[in-house]
Design a protein around this ligand. Structure first.
Ligand code: SAM
Ligand code: SF4
Length: 489
């Protein structure tokens, strides 16, 4: 179906060229293709000693330079890769401790004006049922999710005049306003199309957590191939600076990402680093709050994903996640249920900080319980429930966190980066993780998970630094057991 007049007029009004140009340097954007290929070539076969020096720098929680990241990508020695995996784990422990934050994706609308070759929601895909949730349907989805223990969402939208900033802001208010006892969403992140600065201010005022926009691919020629140039998303630079605009609008937690499978994964990893560096340079050292690295998944009636040019196998996937962990040691890293259980088990230890579980990405499908491909953007592979994944993590000695204190207390942007970079997360985030995990165990978990979860909490409590802190947290835990909720440091 062609575009309507209203859609066409709306598309023409979205891009503000001055909100691209202000970030360019001498007319050039930060994706320096020449530099990326040069670094990859020059660092193609690094000496063992160089790799170890670079690992040492990462372990000091310093961000790597492009030539260092290129050297890690060029490493061919399986023994050294094993060393890098364990360095990833140590960095994660140092910055984030033994805790994983959980969220749930909530698809609000799948109307879209674009035609991204890989996406089930692309405009020309007639096999998808289109839907935008009403307020009552959003409340039903939120109730279904919070009844299982979720406190954090990533809300997802197609790009369409019916899903503009006012609609997003309205749906956020509906989500935050849906409460039933302790069942409530305390932090809603957004994954939506690039917006202009004024629109981003509107979202900032309602109180969003992280604003995510994935670049999909940073390689201009490939970007042009999978995003038709006559579509809104075909404007690569509008998307490239979406998060610069968000930072300027006061949304100071932003999430970058690339969709792996579209182009050479080494190029995308290098470009994610350049994106990070550009944000840090322009916003006083504050880079992305999270990095995402989804791989292409099958989607209904979407032949492109059946045979992509740059499929990333499981081994290479683990390597690229590890290189990202070492390259940007203090940034959160998100691994979604797109990945199968086995891959998630294997990759979590190299430095993942956020997971989803029990996810249903069909629009309106949490409340109905349907698993319908024609309502979803793509297919998920890890279909374990939230409790199953949490229980698995407890066995691995990891605390599940539903903590949302950071953003509600203004611990975002500069503040968060200072805390993360100095490794102080243990005195703040770990106690809060413990408190939210205790809430989850008491309110939502089975007897078996509750028992082993509390055992882990007691162990972690004894590991907290300082008698004072341990006493304070023990006291708060008693209050949680007595029924008080939403306690945090
Ligand atoms: N429409 C908005 C946009 O394009 O930015 C929202 C994003 S979309 C609903 C969320 C993300 O899903 C996309 O940015 C893309 O990286 C990813 N995605 C799209 N199709 C996919 C597929 N077939 N497999 C895996 N991830 C996919
Ligand atoms: Fe639309 Fe986003 Fe899908 Fe592209 S990836 S077709 S913009 S929903």
């Amino acid at each position: 179906m062609g575009l309507t007049g209203t859609e066409r007029r709306w598309i023409d009004s979205v891009v503000r060229q001055d909100e691209i140009d202000r970030y360019l340097r001498d007319g050039r954007d930060f994706v320096d293709e020449g530099l990326i290929w040069d670094e990859l070539e020059r660092n193609g076969d690094p000496a063992d000693s160089r790799i170890r020096e670079i690992m040492a720098k990462s372990l000091e929680l310093e961000r790597l330079d492009p030539s260092e990241t290129a050297a890690l990508l060029g490493c061919r020695d399986p023994g050294l890769w094993e060393e890098m995996y364990s360095a990833g784990l140590r960095i994660k422990q140092k910055v984030y401790g033994r805790r994983i934050v959980f969220f749930a994706p909530l698809y609000i609308s799948n109307f879209c004006v674009n035609n991204c070759a890989y996406c089930g929601f692309r405009r020309e895909n007639n096999a998808v049922t289109r839907k935008s949730l009403s307020d009552e349907e959003i409340r039903a989805e939120v109730r279904a999710l919070t009844a299982r223990g979720h406190k954090r969402l990533i809300m997802v939208y197609g790009e369409h005049p019916s899903s503009g900033a006012d609609f997003i802001a309205h749906t956020l208010k509906v989500v935050y306003g849906t409460k039933h006892g302790g069942d409530e969403i305390r932090r809603a992140n957004i994954n939506a199309a690039p917006l202009c600065i004024d629109d981003l201010r509107k979202l900032s005022e309602v109180g969003i957590g992280t604003f995510q926009v994935f670049q999909e691919t940073y390689h201009p020629a490939t970007y042009g191939k999978v995003h038709p140039p006559d579509t809104l998303k075909g404007n690569m630079r509008w998307r490239l600076y979406a998060l610069h605009r968000a930072m300027e609008a006061g949304v100071d937690d932003v999430g970058i990402g690339a969709l792996f499978g579209l182009f050479d994964p080494r190029f995308e990893v290098m470009a994610l680093l350049l994106h990070t560096i550009d944000l840090e340079e322009r916003f006083g050292g504050v880079g992305p709050h999270t990095i995402s690295f989804p791989r292409l998944e099958p989607a209904v009636n979407t032949p492109f994903v059946e045979n992509p040019d740059h499929l990333v196998d499981d081994g290479d996937f683990k390597k690229l996640v590890t290189v990202l962990r070492l390259s940007v040691p203090y940034t959160g890293m998100i691994l979604t249920a797109r990945e199968p259980e086995k891959v998630r088990r294997d990759v979590i230890p190299v430095g993942i900080t956020q997971l989803d579980a029990g996810s249903n990405i069909g629009v309106g499908c949490y409340a109905t319980g349907e698993k319908r491909d024609e309502k979803a953007q793509f297919q998920l592979s890890d279909n374990r429930s939230l409790e199953q994944v949490i229980s698995y993590l407890v066995e691995q000695g990891m605390i599940t966190s539903f903590c949302t204190a950071g953003y509600r207390c203004g611990r975002t942007g500069h503040y968060f980066m200072d805390v993360a970079k100095s490794g102080k997360v243990h005195t703040l985030c770990m106690p809060n993780a413990i408190l939210t995990f205790a809430e989850y165990l008491d309110d939502y978990a089975s007897d078996e998970t509750r028992e082993k979860g509390w055992e882990l909490i007691r162990e972690e409590l004894s590991r907290l630094p300082g008698e004072d802190l341990r006493e304070r947290v023990a006291h708060l835990l008693e209050r949680v057991e007595e029924g008080e909720r939403d306690l945090y440091l």
